[in-house]
Ligand binder design. Sequence first.
Ligand code: SF4
Ligand code: SF4
Length: 329
Amino acid sequence: MGKQYFCDELNNVLSCFHDRIMSCCSGQIGPVYYEAYRGQKIDWEAFKKIKQDAFNMLTEENINNSPCKGCFFLRERKPEDRISPVFNMINISHWTQCNCGCIYCARMLDSKGKITYKAEKSEYYDIVPLIKQLYKQELLDRRNLTACIQGGDISVLKEFEPMVKEFLKNGVKTFHILTNNIVYQPIINKLMDLNKVELFTALDCATPEVYKKLKRVDKFNDSVNNLRKYAKGRENPPIIVKYIVVEHINDNIEEIQKFIDLMSDIGIKIVEFTIDNKWAMFTNLDEKPLPAHYGDLYLYFKKACEEKNIVLNVWSRTEFIINKYALKI
Ligand code: SF4
Ligand code: SF4
């Protein structure tokens, strides 16, 4: 038998997107558990078989017919790798409404850039009944589960609090909550008290003017004030603030320096540097070059973080692209 491959995302992750339930959010359409899900009754035996079938395709003989072919996350299978009957990460992203309109938003095609002001139901399906069924089928790891709530934005989803409570009731290790942070959420503060959450938000700048160009709403001060509320009284607030570099808007060292100074002033201890999806996902960088100054921006960002004692996270794909196409190392 030839080589066998393995994917930790396939093994551990279930992603509930607005248009389908699938294995991963790799940017590649990997194995799909349910196409165009709209709350239908699920054949759970067929559902459970999909993961095993997908792994059966991860061999040298079959890989050409696998939806995982060519994926960045594939690695060679080790003898100790086991296929798990449960998922320990669930991505929830079954709605598209949002109260801002980031110019780099991957959902723009679905949300059509519409800005929503009041909490609504998802236009696609309700997640709470699905979560209940996944627990009933013993598909979620009650002791070790990370519930990653991605969005749209949580503040305009009616099911946000009910879903958090459903996870807490059935067993969850931690939450990753992605939000633009325009609206303060008391339940997130409570989760911080319980040590059960990491909040991820993309501020991307340090001034209202740049914020408005990036997000198309005038809410910079709300986002910053809410960061201050969550960080207050916490030595190491569980908050990761992203700086997504967007060409011709915030791709300069002045804005980066102001951003790092602001994070230090608020008491944020972890930031993330990333490049927007145009370069991370949708451009063939062997044909169209990455802006050359992105390498310098990254190095500057790193140094500025070190000077303020702030931890820098870099998404592996950003690091790969910056190293290969900008720093050429
Ligand atoms: S190999 Fe890639 S496409 Fe396939 S499940 Fe893993 S992350 Fe998804
Ligand atoms: S906050 Fe998120 S969902 Fe809303 S527009 Fe920005 S990227 Fe899109």
